[in-house]
Design a protein. Structure first.
Length: 614
């Protein structure tokens, strides 16, 4: 295939957006869509390689795979190796443990699956993940593995003409899957191949069904494509469900630019875009760890400018001294592949990452007292006990605990109701316990979580129509969740929530003998084992400083008019004295900065005994 300057320039358009988004997210709020553009380019190029081989009857799967390994693995292996060396000297064992795990996932191209269950691309934890950006490489690699295998297999059953139309059908099916999953399964839809394949297949369609355009029409189509991509960059944002319908805009934009085939266009073929396009893979790989480093150290915004410059500089060096290396592409036997340098590099990174991970970030290299703190912090990570729903009532998913009587108690709310489960499960014997919950949600009707639906919680009346409750327990913790940043809009939303919470409590009182409102539990960075060990934070917090974090909750509660007959429980008064401790000899109390570990919940939530005591 003739070198396509327009596609190389399109790479620049993609990488510029991604880099600026990660360093200055408010400047290009939809810059993350640059990855979608990359996917289209990959699909176009891979389809071209495969179909040219199939048409010439000389396509070789093993040569295809080794060529992809030679292209992708060396730079990725150097990045992972550099991060492992950096982590040894700079990171706490807790962070180093996580880095090693993610390095192993990245070099084996399964990081998209790991991150799918790790809080999401836009989650609060994203800037703690040094190799988060490798998710897109994993998606592409999985596509590279399956795509030629499927095509070679189908070639035995279909003609080339039919095979081309099967790709169109497959793209359409993948798009429908993407749309269907994006609303309710946002993270899987974002990270996994089945919901992303259509973007790469769109590039394949551009290769298989090219257009013959005159110069004028080609320019118009190119400008239209660039316009669609820029429209996405500036109008999309992290609160959109993605990819779904919205990703069709940048994908169509990239598709149009490829079809336009303007190889000497000023828009894509200029000197700057050609250089950035050539360095784009390396820039992409190196920029994210730099962005995480700035966030990790809470550096001021001016450092982000340096971060962009460093990303481009490292990208140039990486392209010059790593990407341009030529590796052998033809091997006589399977065992001879073991001598392939990228495969060797992959094996070394796997071995080192596994060693660090299996030895818990090598925390034992520290003095015993400090090593114990690191050990306890590692034990606290992801320590959570809230089982899947075991009961469905009128479509509502419920966690149910069988009691010895016919009287029922309802716990309703988000994760701060969920964390009471270990204590209630152990202590409650007489009541039937129902947990109706949804992470990050309020049961009030207008509340919206931008990441997922709150229907399971907000349709609570369906449950009351089926079950009679003696007691209802809810929490005040989420009263301030997802409030607007604009002061005026925020005040309006707070007033609406006050009205709706009043209505919620009134309904509970009308349908239960006793209603309990749990005030927020202590929170803070010192409670987070990861942050506490990373920054050597104090292990005690002044109780007044802890309470000061909940001023907005105090305001909302003070404005409620339906608190008569609502029993209020203040966990802070039970869990703290003059100070709030964050750990004891058994370890850290919390698994993050605001969620209790199961053992601590069983030990500390004795203030709930009044609820389950007949």
């Amino acid at each position: 295939m003739q070198f396509r300057k327009d596609i190389n320039g399109l790479r620049a358009i993609a990488v510029i957006a991604v880099v600026i988004f990660h360093f200055f997210p408010n400047t290009i709020p939809g810059g993350f869509a640059g990855v979608d553009v990359f996917f289209v380019i990959s699909g176009f190029l891979m389809t071209g390689i495969i179909f040219r081989g199939i048409e010439a009857d000389n396509f070789s799967l093993h040569r295809f795979y080794i060529a992809r390994a030679n292209r992708i693995i060396p730079t990725l292996a150097v990045l992972c190796g550099a991060m492992l060396i950096f982590g040894w000297f700079y990171l706490s064992p807790v962070d180093y443990y996580s880095l090693a795990y993610h390095s192993l996932a990245s070099i084996t191209f399964v990081s998209n699956i790991i991150y799918c269950f790790g809080g999401g691309y836009f989650g609060e934890n994203a800037h703690n993940l040094w190799l988060l950006h490798t998710w897109s490489l994993a998606v592409e690699w999985q596509f590279y593995i399956l795509y030629p295998l499927i095509l070679v297999g189908l070639k035995q059953l279909f003609t080339l003409k039919h095979l081309k139309f099967l790709i169109i059908i497959s793209a359409f099916i993948s798009f429908l899957i993407s749309v269907g999953f994006t609303q309710d399964y946002k993270d899987p839809a974002f990270f996994l191949l089945p919901t992303r394949a259509w973007e790469m297949l769109a590039g394949g369609i551009a290769y298989l069904f090219p257009l013959q355009l005159n110069k004028t029409k080609g320019k118009i189509l190119e400008i239209f494509g660039v316009g669609l991509i820029l429209l996405t960059y500036f109008l999309a944002n992290e609160h959109l469900v993605w990819p779904g319908y919205y990703a069709l805009i940048p994908v169509l934009g990239a598709y149009c630019i490829i079809l336009a085939a303007q190889n000497n266009s000023l828009l894509t073929s200029n000197w700057l875009f050609q250089k950035l396009g050539s360095w784009s893979y390396s820039i992409y790989l190196w920029h994210w760890p730099i962005a995480v480093f700035i966030y990790y150290n809470s550096l001021p915004m001016v450092y982000s400018i340096g971060g962009v410059i460093a990303s481009v500089g490292l990208g140039f060096l990486s392209y010059t001294f790593i990407e341009r290396l030529q590796f052998k592409n033809n091997y006589k036997s399977f065992t001879s592949y073991l001598t392939c340098y990228p495969v060797i590099a992959m094996g070394v990174i796997c071995a080192v990452s596994s060693y660090v991970y299996l030895n818990n970030g090598l925390y034992t290299r520290y003095a015993p007292a400090q090593a114990l703190v690191y050990q306890q912090a590692l034990e606290a990570l992801d320590d959570w006990h809230y089982p899947d729903a075991n009961l469905t009532i009128d479509g509502l998913k419920i966690r149910f605990i069988q009691g010895e009587t016919n009287e029922n108690i309802l716990f309703i709310g988000a994760s701060h109701i969920m964390q009471t489960y270990p204590y209630i499960e152990e202590q409650s014997k007489k009541y039937n316990i129902y947990y109706l919950t949804k992470n990050g949600c309020l049961a009030t009707p207008s509340f919206k979580n931008p990441k997922w639906s709150c229907d399971n919680l907000q349709n609570y009346k369906k449950l009351f129509q089926q079950v009679t409750f003696k007691k209802v327990i809810t929490t005040a913790y989420s009263f301030d969740s997802y409030l607007p940043d604009d002061v005026e809009l925020k005040d309006t939303e707070i007033k609406r929530r006050i009205t709706e919470i009043d209505g919620l409590l009134t309904y509970f009182k009308q349908n239960a003998a006793d209603v309990y409102l749990l005030l927020p539990e202590p929170k803070g960075q010192s409670f987070d084992p990861l942050l506490a060990t990373r920054f050597d934070l104090p292990l005690q917090l002044d109780v007044q400083a802890v309470r000061a974090q909940f001023k907005i909750h105090e305001h909302i509660i003070s404005q409620l008019t339906t608190l008569d007959r609502v029993k209020i429980i203040d966990p802070i008064s039970f869990l703290c004295s003059e100070f709030c401790d964050v750990r004891d000899d058994q370890g850290f109390y919390y698994r993050d900065d605001n969620h209790m570990r199961p053992w601590y919940a069983r030990q500390a939530l004795q203030y709930l005994h009044v609820i389950i005591d007949l």
